[in-house]
Structure formats: C-alpha cells, structure tokens
Design a protein around this ligand. Structure first.
Ligand code: NAD
Ligand code: UD1
Length: 341
C-alpha cells in the first residue's frame, strides 16, 4: 500500500509543487491549509496537473480539534509541515502572531503526530537561520542566529524538533533549509501567488514583467559584489519539491534524521536575475536603484554537499528555466485565478 502523507500548508507555493511530485512518486497525500496565503482554486489546479482528485481539508494548524480529526480520519506515515507565515517585515510588526502560527502551530502538529503514533516529519526551514556573519558558501555545521522574529521562529522550530527527537528516538526529522525559491510548475497552472505585495525579488520582478508594478526597486548597488547588487542562491521550486520527496523517502526508510541545505551552490545578483527575466519576457524591465534594505547581506549561497551525500539531491534546473517557467505561470495560471479562488 502507498505511504500516506499529510501536507500542512499544501496549497501554498512550495507545498503545491511538492504535492505534484509526491503524487507522481506514488504517495497518497492529504492537504490541510487555512487559505490565509493561498486560494481554494489551487486544489482544482492540482487535480488538473496530477489527474488525481485532491484530498483537501480547510483547517488551521492552530485548531487542535481540527488537527486531531484529520489524524483520526487518516492513517498517516509522515507529515511535511509547510504551514506558516513568512514575511520578514510583517514578523517585525507582529512577532507574537509569528510565534503563535510558526512555533505553536508546529508544536500542535508534533503533538497530533505523537497521539497518532506518526514518526516522520519534514520541516520547512530557511537559510535565514545562519548567523549573518558567516561567509558563503553556508554549510550546515556553521553557527546559527537570527535577525528578526521570522528567523527566530525557524531556528526555534529546528531546536524543538531536535529536542523532540532526543526525547523519542523513533521520531525522525528532515530539516530542510531552503535558499531562495523561484520559478513555477512547467504546466503554468501553479506558481507563486502571494495575497499581498511581495517582498521577495522573484515574485516582485514577475509583477513588473506583467505590468502590475512599474519598476523594480533594487535595494542597493554598492555591495562588495561584481555588479554591486546582492547575490543569492535561487533554486527552482520544482527542484525544491524533488528535495522534499527525497527527504520523506529517507525518513520512511528509517534512515537517520537529517538537516540539509536545499540550494544550487551558485549565486546570482539582482541585476543578473532582472536581465534573465527580461530575456524570458522579451522586454527590458525597468528598475531604480534605492538605498540598501535593512538587514540584507551582500552574498549568500549554499554549500550543497550534505544534501547530495545524505539524500542524493542535486538541483538540476538553471536560471533561464526559473524565469521562463515563472513568466509562463504569470501569463497563464495566475491570470485565471480569481481573488477568492
Ligand atoms: P506560502 O505562504 O505560499 O505557503 C504557506 C501555506 O500555509 C499557505 O497556503 C497558507 O495559507 C498556509 N498556512 C499559513 N498559516 C496556516 C495555518 N495556521 N494553518 C494552516 N495553513 C496555514 O509559503 P511558501 O513559500 O510555500 O513557504 C512554505 C514554508 O516554507 C513556510 O513555512 C515558509 O516559512 C518556508 N520557507 C519559505 C521560503 C520562501 O522564500 N518561499 C524560504 C524559506 C522557508
Ligand atoms: C529574504 C529575507 C529572509 C528570508 C528570504 C526567503 C530579508 C532581510 N530577508 O531574504 O529572511 O528567509 O527572503 O523568504 O527580508 N531585492 C531587491 N528588490 C526587491 C526585492 C529584493 O533589490 O524588491 C534584492 C534584495 O536586496 C536581495 C535579493 O534581491 O539582494 C533577494 O531578496 P529576497 O528575495 O527578499 O530574499 P533574501 O534577501 O535572500
């Protein structure tokens, strides 16, 4: 019988792409999501992409009774926990909300797993947990730190998972530190569709390309990088999705818990990203140089050896594919999504 996986936050950007890969790999999957940053219609899109009815339950990870019901209704073998809030600026304004959703939400999921006897969980962490003074490439053995409440919640969740494993040696965890997700599914039917104005580079550039915003504001061109703009490790969301399948497969094979970076090991500057997107959409996208954004680093990119060694994971898709798939999504799927669904 197929393994059954619970995806929390599975209608969101990374969750929806991971869902498609899990179905293709033969898993049974149930999604829960409270739709605070996604739309119900994504569930229909997933059906179109996979050809399989989507098992979606509208539920909040803060609702313990609803969680308990989902675990009663299904016999899960593992959980992949995406549900959470991710806007750094908002986390500074509303830290308590971030502690509640990201930390308490994950603890609720762990408690529901404990009651149901589920022993494997994959967790969405972030490169933001590295101590900002560490030089790139960032490797998993480097010291951690945080610069804002969002980063604090990710680091705290990692530590809670490690302590939960210590208390229960049967519990296996896959902690995945994502670098900068970009791109969309090749079908053009699912992609990043934030409910608010995006803070991150790629979704913002895509809205400049679509004409929703007049130009990109580049936060600083006086960094110590070849063109002066910030360098990041952008990873195609389809590669990230593949990383989750490998992670959950390793846990279900009862391999040891793992903590790995998911990145490409290569960095691109803001101007390189903008140029690549301009090529993809067929016009030079306008920009203005602004002062640096508070808290930004000049350069971050991943050391990718551990993910390769432990999971056999390597990203395979390049910058052009990230930009062209994003543009395809903006021109097809994103236009079909109504505000409520
Ligand atoms: P997303 O906002 O697109 O997806 C998160 C999903 O969780 C959304 O569908 C949202 O409606 C749902 N959700 C939020 N709170 C919930 C709650 N209380 N109960 C149930 N569902 C809830 O974000 P994403 O980019 O897909 O990110 C997924 C995870 O990966 C998040 O935990 C995020 O912090 C982490 N992450 C994202 C990035 C990134 O740049 N996208 C980088 C590193 C880590
Ligand atoms: C940001 C968050 C980080 C989080 C990550 C993924 C901050 C300080 N850091 O990181 O905690 O883990 O997103 O969610 O918010 N840029 C522009 N103009 C824009 C947007 C971005 O020039 O409109 C530049 C940035 O200055 C940076 C690069 O593009 O050099 C990437 O920015 P972004 O996509 O926000 O990612 P991170 O800075 O890596």
């Amino acid at each position: 019988m197929a393994f059954k996986i619970l995806l929390t936050g599975g209608l969101g950007y990374i969750g929806s792409h991971t869902y498609v890969d899990l179905i293709a790999a033969g898993f049974d999957v149930v999604i829960i999501d409270n739709l605070c940053n996604s739309k119900r219609g994504v569930s229909d899109r997933l059906e179109q992409v996979t050809g399989v009815p989507t098992d979606f339950v509208e539920a909040d990870v803060l609702d313990k009774a609803a969680l308990a019901q989902v675990f009663t209704d299904h016999n899960f073998d593992a959980v992949i926990h995406f549900a959470g809030l991710k806007a750094v600026g908002e986390s500074v304004e509303k830290p308590l909300q971030y502690f509640q959703v990201n930390v308490v939400g994950m603890v609720n999921v762990l408690q529901a797993m404990q009651v149901a006897g589920v022993k494997s969980i994959v967790f969405s962490s972030s490169a933001t947990v590295y101590d900002p003074i560490q030089p790139s490439p960032l490797n998993e053995g480097m010291p951690t730190g945080y610069a804002n409440p969002y980063g604090y919640t990710k680091l705290t969740c990692e530590q809670i998972l490690q302590q939960a494993c210590h208390a229960d040696p049967d519990l296996k965890t896959g902690i995945l530190r994502y670098f900068n997700p970009a791109g969309a599914h090749a079908s053009g039917l699912i992609g990043e569709d934030p409910n608010d104005i995006p803070n991150n580079l790629m979704p913002y550039i895509s809205r400049v390309a679509s004409g929703d915003y007049p130009f990109l504001r580049i936060w600083g061109n006086d960094y110590d990088t070849p063109d002066g703009t910030g360098i990041r490790d952008y990873i195609h969301v389809a590669d990230l999705a593949a990383g989750h399948v490998k992670s959950v497969q390793a846990l279900l094979s009862r391999e040891a818990s793992h903590l790995v970076n998911l990145g490409t090991g290569k960095g691109y500057s803001v101007l390189e990203m903008l140029n690549a997107y301009s090529t993809a959409c067929g016009r030079a996208l306008p920009y203005e140089i602004m002062p640096r954004r508070a808290g930004d680093l000049a350069t971050t990119f991943a050391e990718v050896g551990r993910a390769k060694q432990l999971l056999g994971f390597s990203a395979t898709r390049g910058l052009d594919e990230m930009c062209s798939s994003s543009w395809h999504w903006i021109n097809t799927g994103a236009k079909l999504v109504s505000p409520d669904g």
